[in-house]
Design a protein around this ligand. Structure first.
Ligand SMILES: [Zn+2]
Length: 255
């Protein structure tokens, strides 16, 4: 597994897998592309967006260290960043469906990240298990948040699917694996999943929210994800009542 499964032949140079390592910088670019607009605009979810940008960039750092293969701790940083990314996606969706304010969402995320670090230190060989659990959680949370009224992000899904196909086809023993080629399936995975994170982030954490879908709540009431009602005055996503972003039915007052 790991470097051996990623097809690219190990080099004796500075980077063990140069193509896979350099392509990892796509995550850093995605993080920068998410962070820069957050500084320029007064998005109500700026702190979440900046946190996500840092997490995406950490993915890049961990991946460079991992595929570089010359740096102690590369695997740990790589695994930690991967799990932190999945945790962020799931926590953000959970926060929307539960009408959490931004501060609460970030507090839960920080606690979850601490739990991940503890798990990695206690069972360093279990990353794939934690990743599978978190991925299933993300999938469930994404379905839940879309049922709550948030629009899907099909571009992110398509990028993720294409990346997975190329990664599988290009891994060691796969039909597209050419160990000495500059075109590596795993490098494509890096670039495409980095783009998927950017797409997801700019749609879900953007300064200009997407259009809202039909809201099931009757006029004069405050709707809640899944059809449950909240009391007037409730806030979500760290905003004052009445200033909630379009696109999320959670805690949205109907007049
Ligand atoms: Zn990789």
């Amino acid at each position: 597994m790991g470097l051996v499964a990623d097809c690219e032949r190990l080099s004796a140079g500075l980077l063990a897998q140069p193509v896979n390592a350099v392509s990892s910088l796509a995550y850093v670019a995605a993080g920068a592309a998410l962070a820069v607009p957050a500084f320029r605009t007064a998005s109500p979810r700026r702190a979440e967006r900046l946190t996500f940008a840092v997490v995406a960039a950490a993915d890049g750092l961990g991946s460079v260290l991992f595929h570089g293969g010359r740096f102690a701790g590369g695997q740990a940083v790589h695994d930690g960043a991967l799990l932190a990314t999945l945790l962020f996606l799931g926590t953000h969706d959970l926060a929307i469906t539960r009408c959490w304010a931004q501060r609460r969402a970030l507090t839960v995320y920080a606690a979850g990240t601490a739990a991940i670090v503890t798990l990695l230190l206690a069972w360093p060989g279990m990353t794939n298990v934690w990743a599978a659990v978190l991925a299933c959680g993300c999938l469930g949370a994404e379905v839940a948040v879309m049922r709550a009224g948030a629009p899907a992000v099909p571009s992110a899904l398509a990028l993720l699917a294409c990346g997975a196909v190329l990664d599988l086809a290009g891994r060691t023993g796969g039909p597209l694996c050419q160990p000495d080629s500059l075109l590596q399936g795993h490098a494509a995975w890096h670039v495409l999943t980095a783009a998927a994170l950017w797409e997801w982030g700019r749609h879900r954490l953007g300064a200009r929210p997407p259009a809202v879908r039909a809201n099931p709540a009757p006029p004069g009431r405050v709707s809640y994800a899944g059809g449950r009602d909240r009391q007037p005055g409730d806030v979500g996503l760290g905003l004052k009542d009445g200033a909630l972003p379009e696109g999320i039915s959670c805690c949205r007052r109907r007049q």
